[in-house]
Design a protein around this ligand. Structure first.
Ligand SMILES: *Cc1c(COP(=O)(O)O)cnc(C)c1O
Length: 228
């Protein structure tokens, strides 16, 4: 079931990439396993999926105790500053850094651990009051501030736009995030400006996100089923 779904999602990614002249290898699938048990993750791993997304620290601690480093996890939820140290230990990337206070906390803990961490800056691309993230207007200055913290490697930008029934409505927002990433890349502000990550697109709109330049798509429901 999960293996079949993964097959479908992977071929959809490949088709979407080819249709818009992109290399499918430039797009990584983050399987969003929040609320699903370790068994579901193991099923996906048996089908060669080793990159997952999780939203909740407590839930991740239980999964990490079982899975350890056998898979890679990106944190995609809202991170409270007091959870920064646990997060720094368990995740290979934190996609949702959206304020300097959190970045400083992460940096402090990473200095203690003697580690560096790949991060994305979460942008509230729709300026939606319901959503977390730095405003598009303030993104560049946050990138400048965060990049002075030596343990944090800013790989790119992430967004979670408002939900629309018609996924075409979200296309302009995906395009805006990509343009913002391009502008910041031109100023050489990312850790590696030759390889800038753009995390956008979920189960109902990842094809559109790929057409608009996503390098990371975060897909949950289409792989694991609907969350209760
Ligand atoms: C839950 C979640 C997803 C996955 O959403 P689906 O619609 O299940 O694919 C992606 N990104 C974030 C930030 C999420 O919280």
């Amino acid at each position: 079931m999960i293996a079949d779904n993964l097959k479908i999602v992977r071929s959809t990614i490949t088709c979407a990439a080819k249709n818009c002249g992109r290399n499918p290898d430039d797009i990584r699938l983050v399987a969003v396993s929040k609320t699903w048990p370790v068994e579901a993750i193991k099923e996906a791993m048996a089908a060669k999926q080793f990159l997952f997304g999780e939203n909740y620290i407590q839930e991740m601690e239980n999964k990490f105790a079982v899975l350890g480093q056998d898979a890679q996890f990106h944190f995609i939820g809202h991170l409270q500053s007091n959870k920064a140290s646990v997060a720094a230990r368990m995740f290979t990337m934190i996609e949702t850094v959206d304020r300097i206070k959190l970045a400083r906390k992460l940096n402090d803990h990473l200095l203690e651990l003697g580690k560096t961490m790949d991060i994305l800056i979460q942008v509230n691309i729709g300026n939606d009051e319901q959503k977390f993230g730095v405003s598009p207007e303030n993104t560049e200055s946050l990138v400048r501030e965060v990049s002075s913290l030596t343990t944090l490697h800013i790989r790119g930008l992430m967004t979670m736009p408002p939900f629309f029934d018609d996924p075409e409505k979200v296309r302009p927002m995906f395009r805006r995030l990509r343009n913002l990433a391009e502008a910041i890349k031109k100023k050489n502000l990312f850790y590696d400006n030759n390889k800038v990550e753009i995390s956008m697109g979920m189960s109902h709109d990842y094809q559109i996100a790929i057409e608009e330049g996503a390098t990371l798509v975060r897909v949950g429901t289409a792989i694991f089923g609907s969350r209760s």
